[in-house]
Design a protein around this ligand. Structure first.
Ligand code: SF4
Length: 262
């Protein structure tokens, strides 16, 4: 029985309950695109190096083929020296897990870097996408909503005392190819905290209800266009519906007589 929910679970449950079922309950995997696989490997290696750096271990002794990581980390330190300056009034926690039991589920988060000072808490998240997301996208992202919610619920900090900063570390200057990390900071408020609590209550209630039913989880409406990029489209019988957007039914195509070659 599924009892632990991360931001990925919440996001998928909200996007399409059927996809959530296939992915997390039926555990139906699908092959990963090799480019995506490489980007995931890069991201995971970068996070390990940042954790190593935070522990005071050297990252300068990387093999030559990993020089890109060194350049990327150095560009980040140059762009945001205040993030890396020692501060005795600050508690720094790297790869810090955080959990909260709510409505029958264990909500979980892992903070890449958490900076706590008296009356202030800042979540830092390293993003290794090639393009940054906008502030509007990030405010709606379940990672932002869950991570800030958990920080407020598990510390004495109030919503207006916390924020979440995303650092898109892999952005480059198009002309030179030099790394130019970009930052987006999301503030938080009591109103957002209440909205997130209500959304969590709604989603966990929905999941409990769906898990109690013998039927398959509901599919997202085809009109939302989400099925186009879903690897379960054939299983969900959404391929034909998708194709019909582009091809008329055969009965609607006029017959073209074939003339015999004389
Ligand atoms: S094809 Fe559509 S309905 Fe089926 S799992 Fe994917 S997103 Fe959901």
């Amino acid at each position: 029985m599924l009892k632990t929910l991360s931001q990925g679970h919440l996001s998928l449950l909200e996007t399409c309950p059927r996809k959530f079922q296939h992915t997390y309950i039926d555990q139906l995997g699908s092959p990963i695109d090799p480019d995506l696989q490489e980007r995931l490997r890069w991201g995971s290696q970068f996070h390990l190096l940042m954790q190593q750096r935070e522990m005071g271990l050297p990252v300068a002794a990387l093999p030559a083929e990993d020089g890109e990581f060194q350049l990327c980390i150095q560009a980040l330190v140059d762009a945001a020296p205040e993030l890396f300056e020692p501060n005795t009034a600050e508690l720094r926690l790297s790869e810090q897990p955080c959990t909260l039991f709510l409505n029958g589920y264990l909500l979980t988060a892992v903070y890449d870097l958490l900076l706590i000072r008296p009356g202030r808490g800042q979540i830092i998240d390293w993003k290794t996408h090639l393009k940054p997301k906008t502030s509007a996208q990030l405010v709606q992202d379940w990672q932002t909503r869950l991570y800030l919610f958990l920080l407020v619920e598990t510390t004495p900090l109030t919503p207006d005392q916390v924020s979440m900063s995303y650092w898109f570390v892999r952005c480059q200057v198009p002309e030179t190819g030099a790394f130019a990390p970009q930052q987006v900071t999301i503030p938080y408020s009591l109103d957002q905290h209440r909205q997130t609590r209500a959304a969590l209550q709604r989603l966990t209630d929905q999941l409990t209800h769906l898990l109690d039913q013998p039927q398959a989880f509901p599919q997202v409406e085809a009109a939302k266009g989400i099925c186009r990029d879903c690897s379960f489209d054939y299983r969900c019988d959404r391929v034909a519906k998708r194709a019909s957007l582009y091809f008329p039914p055969l009965s609607a195509v006029a017959e073209v007589p074939i003339k015999p070659i004389s």
